[in-house]
Write a protein that binds this ligand. Structure first.
Ligand SMILES: Nc1ncnc2c1ncn2[C@@H]1O[C@H](COP(=O)(O)OP(=O)(O)O)[C@@H](O)[C@H]1O
Ligand SMILES: [Mg+2]
Length: 322
């Protein structure tokens, strides 16, 4: 594993970014005009925010773009003072010849407190003549209104399953990996639209064996496959408490899951369990939410999971069917 595949396969120009069509179309227009306002990229991890910021800088400034781009991560910069100092120094250095502005990319800007964001806003204003800011965040609502209103806001979405799949397949081809069809589906399933997670999962699985199977994917990503989750619900319904409890322990051990991971995966898998009625799914959801909350609040994992299993056995046993 000499190089991270997420880096090696990071799109270099805006045009190569997968999905995010509306974002890409607007950024391409900026690239053509070689100019843009302050930007804010909001969206979940692994959807292309950092990639888009760097690719846009490259498209606008050419291969020498690093001279015009300052990258900072707000969660590393404890004090706003250090951001101020870096911005000041950077604004002073010579730009790429023929360009009129520089770009400051502040990743994870929502890590800044509202006070720090207020100071950031002043830094943006003081340098508005020479610098454009690109801020990235998971939620735009965590950025103070006066900053939002100074930026063009772009929303990045989780990638669609077929987009994740085609990316994973092409990375596997590029890396000379033999990826089973159902292993590609498993990567799509575990990554939930997060391309960083998808490509990393592929690399981790491939480091175990150049032939990547569905099983390896699930085992290396701490994810129980859907049929295993179904079996647990089935055991609750058919076999009673002790066997269901054994299944649950087995899932935790085999896939290396914490109690809350398991509950969340069960929740996600619940929708397509064929043998449960709508009414049962509603009650099961409430039960799982309660177990999750109690574990997060510090309730003992073993006891909470047993209590959840006991409740599921009661809810799902055929006598209870409504
Ligand atoms: N829309 C996308 N198109 C192509 N690759 C992507 C995309 N989003 C993420 N990736 C892949 O995932 C990696 C991480 O993406 P990044 O842009 O850093 O995500 P984030 O939204 O968390 O900033 C990239 O190096 C790239 O390999
Ligand atoms: Mg990022």
């Amino acid at each position: 594993m000499s190089e991270l595949w997420v880096e090696r396969h990071r799109p270099r120009t805006v045009d190569d970014i997968k999905g995010q069509k509306q974002v890409v179309d607007r950024l391409k227009a900026y690239a053509e005009k070689r100019s843009f306002p302050h930007l804010m990229f909001a969206g979940p991890p692994g959807t292309g925010k950092t990639t888009a910021a760097i690719a846009l800088a490259r498209d606008v400034f050419g291969d020498d773009y690093r001279r015009n781009l300052l990258e900072m991560n707000a969660s590393d910069e404890r004090k706003l003072e250090s951001i101020r100092t870096k911005v000041k120094q950077f604004a002073r250095t010579a730009p790429v010849p023929g360009t009129t502005f520089k770009v400051i990319f502040l990743d994870e800007a929502d890590a800044l407190t509202p006070d720090a964001q207020g100071a950031l806003r002043r830094i943006m204003e003081q340098n508005a003549q020479t610098c454009r800011f690109i801020l990235s965040c998971n939620y735009s609502s965590k950025i103070i209104e006066p900053i939002q209103s100074r930026c063009a806001v772009f929303r990045f979405r989780p990638l669609a399953d077929d987009q994740v799949r085609s990316m994973v397949v092409s990375v596997a081809e590029g890396e000379g990996i033999n990826l089973d069809e159902d292993a590609a589906d498993a990567i799509v399933h575990v990554s939930l639209g997060d391309l960083r997670k998808a490509i990393t999962s592929l690399q981790v699985a491939a480091s175990m064996d150049e032939h990547v199977s569905r099983e390896i994917v699930y085992e290396t990503t701490a994810t129980a496959p859907p049929e295993e989750l179904h079996r647990f619900f089935l055991a609750c319904r058919e076999d009673g408490f002790q066997p269901a409890r054994r299944r649950l322990r087995e899932l935790l051990d085999r896939f290396g899951l914490a109690g809350t991971d398991l509950v969340n995966q069960l929740h996600r898998g619940l929708g397509d369990v064929p043998f449960l009625t709508e009414g049962q799914k509603l009650s099961v959801t409430q039960t799982m939410a309660e177990a999750d909350f109690r574990m997060v609040e510090g309730g003992g994992e073993a006891l909470q999971l047993d209590a959840m299993t006991a409740r599921l056995c009661t809810l799902l046993s055929p006598e209870m069917k409504s």
